[in-house]
Design a protein around this ligand. Structure first.
Ligand SMILES: Cc1ncc(COP(=O)(O)O)c(C=O)c1O
Length: 537
């Protein structure tokens, strides 16, 4: 490299690292975000800025190519460089804001991703800009401390005994379920971590491995039946995916029948476990829900825990959505029995309303967290200070480098106190309940269940005009078309689902700013959209 080129490189780097640039651009960003939130939170503009993926990808390429010249200022030294960056920085922010999903719009009532508490994002930025990471305590001492304290606080609030349990934070509910089920697999199958599934619990070699991969129907005829995972029939797809990743096989997930409120039926669970135990089938875990994704049904955990205890089976609970009710006096009864689970997961980036991703795994027995990965990594974990491994997150998480995922949660909890989380749960659950009542009062809507939380599934069922005599299939199609049109219009963002084979609309109140007036507008918008669709034939 010529010395001139090297000099240029150094100047560009200097601008990129300029504290003055952080100050200037940070101030602009904060001002622009405040304006954006002011508008969006009042319902101005669309919820989703709908554009086809191809169009957005092309636009993304244009920004990467510098659709405005991006040489201004670069190389002029830190102060001049920062000034020069402002116009392009502002343009990039405008591009992002004009093409995003506006979760803070009260018409956002879609997936289980919240209109996050905006201030939490500022704490996340603190962690990101200073690049606090974990794996080992030394790399992110405050991030590690915050994580440990939050695990202790949330677990205790759920009902675990202080000092007698363990937990960790990972990148999302799917990874959290996988981590906990991996732990269960390793504990239940003893030396599987070292020897692999193919060698199984017996003495065996290849022929036995083949037998072990046979389906349950063949299991009773084999020496060592293939292990199974027993799951809620409505379990999140990540649970089945975990069975695939863990080498159990997705077909080895046995579904427990549900009762008429889509909750796991403890009696049917008991019958299934009796059958499996009598055949000597290894059971990795029973995976229950608090709550299940489709309609937000909370399983009867005390009864399920009794059944699992009777059969000495590991109980795992996916409380990704519902674990947060521990913060609400009014709703915490929904997770009675959760502390009896061997493992469970809770997503802070769902009902604690912090930005993604911040998922917690809890183990009732603190020793179990070291069963997930029984590995030595001498370059990371220092044998001269063995006690420190206790605080090294890399010992217990799939991630090696892990971002400071809990900064947002730690920040808002410390600023507002945990009451804020209870407030948001109470308000969003009450809004969902109000929606249900409105659906029940209306003659042309059908609520498909009584909500236990902030999830409501329903259908528009025209009771007059051309839509009056639609078949179930046509009704499902009509509801799906309504939702697509509403989404593309930007008026509301809700989702579609299928319940009992028929299309339906699904609302999750994930924005505490959504209120009754928005619900009235929603029902009116659905009726209007249906009329337009039906009048076009
Ligand atoms: C019950 C349940 N478990 C797990 C997940 C997956 O969580 P994540 O999206 O954080 O991976 C979801 C997502 O909605 C869920 O509803």
């Amino acid at each position: 490299m010529t010395s001139e080129k090297l000099l240029q490189a150094r100047r560009r780097i200097e601008t990129a690292y300029s504290p003055e640039a952080v100050r200037q651009l940070g101030t602009r960003l904060a001002e622009r975000l405040a304006l954006h939130l002011r508008q969006v939170e009042q319902g101005q503009g669309p919820v989703l800025n709908w554009r086809a993926p191809e169009e957005n990808i092309a636009a993304a390429h244009r920004t990467l190519d510098g659709d405005v010249p991006f040489s201004h200022g670069i190389g002029d030294g830190p102060a001049g460089g920062a000034d020069g960056l402002v116009p392009r920085f502002e343009q990039l922010i405008e591009t992002a804001l004009s093409r995003c999903q506006n979760l803070h719009h009260p018409g956002y009532i879609g997936h289980q991703v919240p209109a996050s508490i905006p201030i939490a994002g500022l704490f996340d930025a603190l962690g990101s800009i200073t690049n606090q990471v974990m794996a080992i305590y030394e790399m992110g001492p405050w991030a590690s401390a915050v994580e440990r304290a939050l695990v202790e606080r949330w677990g205790t609030r759920i009902g675990l005994q202080p000092g007698e349990f363990a937990g960790l934070i990972t990148h999302g509910g799917s990874l959290a379920n996988l981590t906990a089920l991996l732990t269960a697999r390793n504990v239940v199958l003893d030396d599987v971590w070292e020897r692999g599934l193919a060698t199984g619990t017996g003495e065996s070699g290849v022929s036995e491995a083949n037998e072990r991969s046979a389906s349950l129907s063949h299991a009773s005829q084999t020496a060592t039946p293939a292990p199974v995972l027993v799951a809620h029939s409505d379990a999140h797809y990540g649970v089945t995916r975990s069975a695939g990743i863990l080498g159990l096989g997705t077909e080895q997930v046995l579904r427990v029948p549900l009762d008429d409120r889509r909750k796991m039926d403890p009696e049917r669970l008991d019958e299934l476990l009796v059958r499996l135990r009598s055949r000597g089938v290894p059971i990795i875990a029973v995976s229950a829900c608090a709550c299940a994704t489709p309609i937000g049904a909370f399983d009867p955990l005390p009864e399920i825990a009794d059944v699992c205890a009777r059969h000495e089976v590991w109980l795992h609970v996916d409380a990704a959505h519902g674990g947060a009710v521990a913060f609400s006096e009014r709703h915490r009864h929904l997770i009675d029995g959760l502390p009896r689970a061997d493992s469970f997961i809770c997503d802070a980036h769902k009902m604690l309303f912090v930005p993604a991703l911040c998922a917690f795994v809890f183990y009732r027995n603190p020793k179990h967290r070291f069963e997930t990965f029984r590995q030595d990594a001498p370059y990371l974990f220092d044998p001269s200070a063995p006690g420190m491994a206790e605080f090294d997150s890399g010992m217990v998480t799939i991630e090696c480098t892990k971002r400071a995922a809990a900064y947002g949660l730690w920040g808002v909890w410390s600023l507002f106190g945990p009451e804020l989380f209870g407030d948001i749960i109470d308000v969003t659950f009450a809004t969902a309940r109000r929606l249900y009542e409105k659906l029940e009062e209306a003659g042309d809507f059908e609520a498909l269940h009584e909500p236990e939380c902030n999830i409501v599934v329903f259908r528009y069922v025209p009771n007059a005009g051309p839509g009056r005599d639609l078949t179930d299939r046509e009704l499902g199609e009509l509801n799906r078309t309504i939702r697509r049109k509403l989404m593309e219009s930007g008026e509301f963002y809700l989702v579609q689902t299928t319940l009992d084979g028929i299309g339906a609309l699904r609302v999750t109140v994930m924005n505490p700013l959504t209120d009754e007036t928005h619900l009235d507008r929603l029902l009116a918008a659905i009726r209007r959209t249906a009329e337009e669709i039906l009048s076009q034939g």
